[in-house]
Design a protein around this ligand. Sequence first.
Ligand code: HEC
Ligand code: HEC
Ligand code: HEC
Ligand code: HEC
Ligand code: HEC
Ligand code: HEC
Ligand code: HEC
Length: 499
Amino acid sequence: MRFLIRTWTRQGGENVSHDRELDIERLRIGRGTDQDIELPDLRIAIAHAELVRSGKNAMLIARPGANLLINGAPSKEHRLHGGDVVMLGRYQLTILPGSAGCDLQIDVEEKISARDEKSRRQTRLSMTLGEVLWTRRRLAWLLFLPVLLIALAVPAWLRFHTAAAPQQIQSQNLDQAEYQPPLLPTGAAKLIPTDRWWVSGQSSSAHAYFQNDCAKCHRTAFDKVPNQACLSCHKGTAEHVNDVHWLKLDDFAKARCGGCHQEHKGDTALVIRSSAECTACHAQPQLRFPGIKLQPAADFSQHHPLFTPRVARYDSVTRSFRWIEANQEQPITLHSDTNLKYPHDKHLDPKGLKSPDGRKVLACAACHEPDASGVSFKPIDMQKHCAACHRLDFDPDDPDRTVPHAQPAQVVGVIRDYYARAALAGGVTKPGAPEIVQLRRRPGEELTPPQARAALEWADQQSAVVIDEVFDKRLCGYCHIVKRSDDPALPWDVAPVTL
Ligand code: HEC
Ligand code: HEC
Ligand code: HEC
Ligand code: HEC
Ligand code: HEC
Ligand code: HEC
Ligand code: HEC
């Protein structure tokens, strides 16, 4: 049998038909995609009905379990005539006599049910927000404006345009954060929108103590943080390179502290932990800085140049320290210049050393005690480590008299005092001393002014000799580097000790 199937659909309010011709014995109708007339409605079975030839006519037969509604009456089987109307779910099939070589024409049309019709009407009736209130755009603006006012305009006004603010901050030496605008109640301080609302993240803990004082770093609004802001606190920060030639390049002249140290990211970004920050230049320094004498350093464990130790050396001419760097031409022994004469070998004699408590064998730990960290050593201390064997007595006739250690001016004073007093007291047995100094005094006896002058003259000479002895050889000079000076009050210099 030949069928003409005409499917009607609504497009843009108009009915549009689509024709299809089939030449088959059995026309299958149902919801399944394999059906010849496919009707996607859940109320229709996958294979719902079949149309077969029956004599001259066509016969519509419902598949087992399915029902048909033909011309308004339910039926299982029906011999079709032109003008018959079959309802299947929301589809209406109208049977028309065939023409132009077709046995039968079937018009398939989707009919909207009453319920569908109602819900369609409802959707058409429902209103947009704009019809009741305002358009969404206008509403968004309405909500945005208070945000703009509270979060931007008010803080900005408080920050920049409270006329009294800058002077008051200066005169009372307040931080911006502590400043309270006068019109606002003090209790509500936390709720007052200030510029601290604009912060983009958590402060680093090192800077937390002034984190609300944005102006400490942000000197001008809408501008980058200038290096000067950081340097106002970090005064000691040195340039990255010593050579001014390189400093003129943009790499350094335009480098910003914020380029490496980032704020508002908690503690994760203020301190740099990424090697890439450094290897950008140091992996191949010659590429970026032609002619530079710098060894490549691409990573720490594998491609890093050897370290060159730097040692502080005391320069006795300038009386200051300077750093010496070891290199191929200038190797330095690791023995540092302490300005102390101290021979390890003599003190570590395995047979022992003479000491007030008999012979004594010294171990390293006698002088080198580990410090609290266990990483290094406590500094050597003269009183603790040397004084037991090396006493600071200056007069062989009076071995209990000692000078204080590490105080050259007092040493001079102590010696001068000692001999002046001895000369005036008399009874000094030193060879070459004048008679008035050697004579023992009777109790209550007073010296005449010329006698006293003679005694003190001797005392001056004697102390000058002893001071030279003490500093030059016998005491200070035994352990220290000493040098005569031009200062009559302090005739000797002791080179500073750098342990
Ligand atoms: C310790 C210095 C410091 C303080 C204090 C500080 N900032 Fe920053 N801030 C920076 C640096 C550095 C940047 C990075 C931008 C740059 O390099 O200029 C930055 C960037 C910003 C940015 C841009 C977004 C970003 O994360 O890069 C905002 C917004 C900001 N700061 C707000 C604030 C506010 C608000 C305060 C006060 C509550 C404040 N800052 C206090 C140093 C500081
Ligand atoms: C108001 C003074 C002040 C300003 C401005 C300031 N700092 Fe600091 N900064 C400090 C103090 C204080 C410390 C803590 C010092 C310490 O821990 O020894 C510190 C610590 C640091 C540290 C070391 C952090 C650590 O954990 O070891 C770095 C890096 C640093 N600041 C960089 C900067 C940079 C970059 C800027 C500019 C954006 C800046 N600072 C602005 C006061 C300031
Ligand atoms: C090329 C990247 C770089 C630049 C630019 C830079 N620094 Fe640093 N800075 C470092 C590195 C790396 C360290 C050591 C690791 C650390 O503490 O972050 C450091 C350490 C510091 C420290 C801590 C020192 C300490 O003793 O703990 C301070 C403070 C500091 N820098 C301040 C500054 C200031 C101020 C500027 C701008 C003038 C600046 N830095 C520019 C890389 C840089
Ligand atoms: C903009 C390029 C650049 C960046 C980034 C840079 N450096 Fe340098 N660095 C140099 C230059 C150039 C010199 C050598 C200057 C000279 O020869 O006087 C140098 C010298 C050094 C030196 C001394 C080396 C020596 O033998 O004297 C050290 C150490 C150093 N940088 C470490 C670092 C570290 C660590 C970083 C990462 C935080 C870093 N550099 C990032 C350019 C850079
Ligand atoms: C009687 C005290 C004493 C004893 C014992 C002693 N030292 Fe020292 N040591 C010193 C003094 C003082 C210095 C620093 C003065 C100097 O070397 O010029 C020093 C310095 C050193 C130095 C540093 C050298 C330098 O130039 O920086 C080393 C290493 C050292 N001692 C190792 C030892 C060892 C190892 C032993 C044991 C075998 C030992 N010492 C025993 C007193 C002592
Ligand atoms: C246990 C006793 C003892 C202690 C402790 C001691 N010394 Fe000595 N020291 C001696 C003796 C004994 C001599 C003489 C050794 C010799 O001449 O053979 C001497 C000699 C010296 C000499 C002269 C070496 C020479 O070249 O003639 C110096 C300098 C010296 N000690 C410094 C020190 C210093 C500094 C300390 C403390 C860090 C110290 N001594 C601790 C017993 C000690
Ligand atoms: C037996 C060796 C010895 C003799 C003798 C000695 N000193 Fe020292 N002196 C030391 C040692 C060791 C130190 C370093 C440890 C210390 O400061 O206690 C030192 C340190 C010093 C210092 C530096 C103190 C400081 O804090 O930097 C001065 C100054 C000094 N001595 C002056 C003198 C004078 C003056 C004399 C002579 C009266 C003298 N010393 C005799 C061993 C000696």
